[in-house]
Design a protein around this ligand. Structure first.
Ligand SMILES: [Zn+2]
Length: 316
């Protein structure tokens, strides 16, 4: 991996401005973002207690074929997406990173070691997001603009991470979930795309998508909610945000969510229910979702597309 290459692309990234808005005019169809957090079945936060990072290399990886199935699914639907890739995965499977980009998708960062932000010191966080950016950009040859924290772990007590993300050259973030949840969430955060201004500068935030019902924000667009609740909930929620609020949603899922044959890990009953329910149905549901709504990459929806093109690699 080349540190010099990473420095070039860091300088090339333009700062977002308040004019960068994802809101759309009255009659244009709303284009939503669809995103994939590229991690293996044994790397999810729910298994942190039973699976140490040092043991990751001893598991039979399924991330490459599972991500290739996701690419086929998008190809059949003619949809471009954003893949938030773990630096750990990019270092081991750089050809996968290039395959994602060759298919026309955006590649962004999911951190290096999938560590929950509230478990890290500022130095540890900087090291993690810098290593992830270097690993992905070395494989890709293009700048990485976006970041999604493992398990949406930007919460009230980890807002300091934005200064580091800005300093490390990230242009947008998709890590705040404006809901109440046992492991994450900032319930009173803005529900739609907004600019975050910090001492280090600014970046765009694309928060996890919700509908507001009786004063409470409920999640509508991805993960366990998509597998565990009826498809009609997701469809109603996205329609509501698109048609009533005229705003895009950001949908998310993981390659392991379309892999019903993945090895079962040791975990408590609630974790196993959340992780393993609905796996066999997810690919079909995704195909339906891609037919029912319009989707594009996060950087396209945020109007940051020019920076994701190879031209942006030219050093300034
Ligand atoms: Zn993750």
């Amino acid at each position: 991996m080349s540190a010099a290459g990473s420095a070039d692309v860091r300088h090339a990234a333009r700062r977002p401005t308040p004019a960068s808005s994802a809101a759309v005019s009255a009659d244009a169809p709303v284009v939503n973002a669809i995103t994939v957090d590229v991690e293996d079945y044994f790397q999810v936060s729910a298994f942190d207690r039973t699976v140490s990072r040092a043991s990751w290399d001893s598991f039979a990886s399924r991330v490459v074929p599972n991500t290739q199935r996701v690419l086929e699914l998008f190809d059949r639907a003619g949809v471009r997406a954003t893949f938030f890739v773990l630096g750990w995965v990019a270092d081991r499977y750089p050809a996968l990173v290039r395959e994602i980009a060759r298919a026309g998708h955006e590649v962004a960062s999911h951190g290096y070691h999938h560590q929950l932000l509230y478990m890290l010191t500022p130095d540890q966080f900087r090291d993690d997001v810098r290593s992830a950016k270097v690993a992905i950009e070395s494989a890709l040859g293009q700048p990485v603009l976006g970041f999604r924290a493992p398990s949406y772990s930007i919460i009230d007590s980890t807002l300091w991470t934005f200064d580091i993300l800005i300093e490390e050259g990230y242009v947008y973030d998709a890590s705040i979930f404006p809901i109440r949840h046992d492991r994450y969430g900032i319930p009173d955060a803005p529900r739609h795309v907004h600019l975050i201004e910090r001492a280090a500068g600014s970046l765009l935030e694309f928060p996890g998508s919700t509908v507001r019902v009786a004063g409470v924000n409920l999640p509508i667009a991805g993960g366990g909610y998509f597998r565990l609740l009826p498809y009609q909930w997701t469809r109603w929620g996205i329609r509501h945000v698109n048609e009533t609020e005229r705003e895009p949603v950001v949908f998310y899922f993981h390659p392991w969510e379309i892999d019903p044959d993945q090895p079962r890990m040791r975990a408590g009953a609630a974790t196993r229910l959340r992780h393993y329910s609905g796996l066999a149905k997810t690919a079909g549901r995704l195909e339906r979702l891609l037919r029912d709504f319009r989707f594009d990459s996060a950087s396209a929806v945020l109007h940051l597309e020019a920076e994701a093109s190879p031209r942006a690699v030219v050093a300034v």
